[in-house]
Design a protein around this ligand. Sequence first.
Ligand code: NOJ
Length: 762
Amino acid sequence: MIDSRISRRAALMGAGAVAMWLHSPARAFLQSMAKLPVPALVDGLIARMTVEEKAGQLTLNPSAWGGGVATQLNPPTSGPSWEAQLDEVRRMQLTGVFNSNGAEAARRMQTVAMTESRLKIPLLFAADIIHGHRTIFPVGVGEAASFEPDLAERTARMAAYEAAASGIDWTFAPMVDIARDQRWGRTMEGAGEDVLLGELMGAARVRGFQGKDLKATDAMLACAKHFAAYGAAEAGLDYNSVDISERTLREVYLPPFKAAFEAGALSAMASFNEISGIPSTGNPWLMQDLLRGEWGFEGFVVSDYTGDEEMIAHGFAKDAREAAKLAFLAGVDMSMTSNFYRNHLPDLVRSGDVPVARLDASVRRVLAMKAALGLFDDPFRRIDPKREKARSRTKAATALSREAGRKSIVLLKNDGDLLPLPRSRRKIAIIGPFAAGQHDLNGPWVIYGDNAEAVDLATGVRNAVADKASIQVVQGSGVEEPLAGGIDAAVAAARDADVVLLAIGENEGMSGEAQSRPEIVVPAPQQALAEAVATVGKPMVVVLKNGRALALEGAVANAPAILVTWFLGTETGNAIADILFGAHSPGGRLPCSFPRSPGQQPYYYAHKPTGRPNPGEKLEPYKAHYRGIPNSALYPFGHGLTYGKIDYAGLSVSPTLPWAGTLTVSARISNRGTRAAEEVVQLYVRDRAASITRPVRELKAFRKIALAPGESETVRFTLTRDNLMFIGRDNKPVVEPGQFDLWIAPSAEAEGLHGTFELTAG
Ligand code: NOJ
């Protein structure tokens, strides 16, 4: 797509310049540089750079291509025109841009860098490739419901294959923030509430994005974000303060980052929030002592969008100069959007406030990354409009989107085996704001995908049934506002149908960044629609669209069948139909607990017992529960049904785990039903007494299995004492001998099979 605002001069310059570049002395120079070992190449450049050019290498801005569309998912800025931005490139005032649009834009800008700038340092192109590029996969929390890290790796790989072909070297993903308060809108982007699932999904996405060789034309640099504890915002309010202990930070919020770095992620993004009074962007303990010192991270850190500037609003920096100094000295190598580094670092270095050695160290990290991405060998390696077209929306990507979509769906409830539905002889009414139409299919955090190219629910259902005329579609309601006559039309359609699919929930504007919700319920007009349709008395399947856990109420909670379908992306309707009509058995499990009431937030299964626990359903006086509801989830983490009938039996746990040995655990899982089944077998432990109180349960391992009707499988797990590690009184990892409970169960709150063991002292 070429924007008409792009000048003719720029267009001509772009077209001719690559040829010019190919034969230029600059290219010959670069080729000779590229032959040098990376440190020599990088140091050679640093030795020739001015302080201003160095600050430019640490400055990343939204692309001005297309009149600033790059800021569409961020607060608007008064960025420069495309021409002015090209001039910044010429003057080496930018390290790269983000959220641009396609190979053509990248080609034009890179050409200026390579032919017209003084030192011809290649630009880096970044983008928010969160859950797909043009082919859109389920949102992160949905994909986490698959409990298949391998799937997350494959979708990230495919996203990199598509996106890297359009010139993108670096994705601002994966988001590995643990989300334990479902009011927080960015729950949709991560892997939910659990540490182990968060670690596995985060690491898998890093492997997928980066592939085996960062230089490859289908590899993108990954960025673990938002470092750190962004998901721990008080009251689930996006950007809000975080005040947690170092222990909780280390035990809950940091492990997915560590896992992402161990998987090879070579960049990190500082989080917007403060932790106990110190904004992450200005926190040297976080960015240096821990990240580089303790963890040995060798990549670079970028601020979030205006994160350095926001330290003024936080009340941490008095002005722009001080904000730049605090962020830089804290260890944030690159500044996104504010321009604070290029505006202030040169002067800060001259005044001695910032040592030049620190400046050089950050520039070295950035240049070394450009080298690792192969940009010094060939600055245009990912920029190829033909390849971009050939790799866009391939059949394989579409098929993967459908696979990921159906694997992300969670069947919460299926009374009377209402699902799967027969494919013929039934009249189906699809009712609700998400019944049909090219909207809200891709979900939040999509820049390059188009809802108009995605499959809606009605189309998916029509594709799956024999008699397309048996389907009626009625909107019934708006998302957050009633629709005149909608309920009457919906009730009439329900009366005329054999079965109702009620497609309700959140639209894509209701979750994602800055979309915290005080009440995590189905919006009132849709709840009213559900109540009215339920009175008709037809079998009703609720097909929920959501970016977070919701507290289900009334007719929605009471519907005989409920499917959680998140935002599934390109193949939404087909993926849902795969489950509705039984082409596949549901295999998704909740990565975040669905509470009984919105007021329970933050609710997560791995909570502490308190001194007055009330674990059962029966409410006991003076025990820890809200008035009228048990202190548990309506549908807990790990919950999800399948179409087979799963039976857990034959738990075997060795009675002791020797200090230096292993514990073997096994159970026999059987499918006693008549349909194929998918089960996620989960292993939880509880430390009965420790020097620090421990959660009521913690997930330590899981296995996803497929069972044919009548089939059984013995699932085995092995634990070592490392699995029982926690953060002790001195904020260091510790393992303590003692008695442990263990469960092999279908969810975090199901009894499943219970055993005990003892970790003996070494
Ligand atoms: C702000 C978001 O917090 C971050 O995740 C994103 O990568 C940047 N904006 C850039 O779009």
